[in-house]
Design a protein around this ligand. Structure first.
Ligand code: DP6
Length: 344
């Protein structure tokens, strides 16, 4: 009997950034991080997994492109880990031999992103979260699977939870998991705009980038030891109290620090471009004109901006953005979604 599961996982935006690994193979982070998962169906990965007879091979297609699992250790480890967990669970539940056999059934995967891949919009995060969740459903694996998604791509573990999410650092793989801090209904006034400055593939992936930073940046060590633990504590307080001003300050300082570390890396990593710089200046002058903090930016390893604001300010902000950064004709260089669509 053929079984088929389809699942959709969204992207997440890090407020406290993950940058640096303790273990490359396991994707164990050097610091805990904190993110928001977007509850928006136009920025997600939809993955369908289907059981196939045991005489064929596992097959994976991402955006219609065939992926060689044997050449992709991240994909391979997700399959292996999910089958290991399925087998372990079946044995502990004294499952019949037939059910044990189903763990070794081959699996076909079709995965589609509805946004630019590798453009700094965390496609690997939603991709591995969708794959892990779908495989879990297909193989009947219960429990927290964020540790498996983490093996695919570190930040993917955070997309396994909705709302406001913390990914804990730990030297032990089983403890480095993602936990929901508060759910998606906690701060309904919060809005996000995503300004796609460039939808081109980034020149330097996060994996290699953070590896180089760990090897060469003294600032990264200082951040991990002296900055992040306190910042996460304050950010959690800001989120609990819905203190936008404090949230915004931490959000922008974190983004700045990530890119300061990138510049402190040798040779430096430059993810931001002139338009990103203009967006940052726009945010500062907008807040100054308003006489209070109404918008905050954050950038991951790419030039695209994520702007946070609150519902009452969203319309005016959208108008200002359109004036200062008019969308390009084909809407690929600068790409907007309206604020209501981005509520989460
Ligand atoms: C800047 O999760 O893409 O977006 O674990 O090597 O796959 P790998 O890296 P990845 O790194 C994300 C880095 C970041 C910050 C963040 O999302 O926390």
């Amino acid at each position: 009997q053929v079984r088929k599961i389809t699942c959709c996982a969204p992207i997440n935006i890090a407020i406290i950034k993950y940058w640096g690994k303790l273990c490359e193979v396991e994707n164990l982070p050097l610091n805990s991080s904190f993110s928001i998962t977007l509850n928006y169906h136009d920025l997600c990965t939809t993955t369908t997994v289907t059981t196939a007879p045991s005489y064929v091979k596992d097959q994976v297609y991402v955006n219609d492109l065939w992926q060689d699992i044997n050449e992709n250790p991240r994909l391979k480890v997700c399959f292996e880990e999910m089958r290991r967990l399925a087998r372990k669970q079946a044995i502990s539940e004294n499952a019949a031999a037939k059910e044990l056999m189903s763990c070794s059934k081959k699996i076909h995967v079709q995965s589609v992103n509805n946004f630019p891949t590798k453009a700094g919009l965390a496609s690997s995060a939603s991709g591995y979260a969708a794959l892990t969740f779908a495989l879990g459903q297909l193989l009947g694996v219960k429990g927290d699977l964020s540790g498996v998604a983490r093996r695919g791509s570190g930040s993917a573990c955070r997309s396994m939870c909705g709302g406001f999410v913390e990914w804990l650092k730990s030297e032990e793989s089983k403890n480095s998991t993602a936990k929901q801090f508060v759910d998606e209904t906690h701060w309904p006034e919060l809005r996000v705009f995503i300004l796609v400055v460039s939808s081109k593939q980034k020149s330097f992936g996060s994996t290699v980038g953070m590896q180089r930073s760990v090897e060469t940046s003294a600032l990264l060590k200082h951040r991990i030891e002296n900055i992040v633990p306190h910042r996460i504590k304050v950010l959690k307080q800001a989120v609990l109290e819905k203190d936008f001003c404090l949230f915004a300050e931490i959000c922008m300082k974190e983004s700045n620090q990530l890119h300061a570390i990138c510049m402190d890396t040798f040779p430096p990593l430059r993810y931001l471009n002139n338009v990103s710089e203009k967006i940052m200046n726009f945010v500062y002058s907008y807040n100054e004109r308003c006489g209070s903090t109404r918008v905050a930016y954050t950038f991951d390893a790419g030039p695209n901006a994520f702007l946070f604001t609150l519902a009452p300010f969203a319309e005016d902000l959208a108008n200002q953005i359109y004036q200062v950064f008019p969308p390009s004709k084909d809407c690929t260089d600068t790409f907007f979604k309206t604020t209501e669509e981005f509520s989460f």
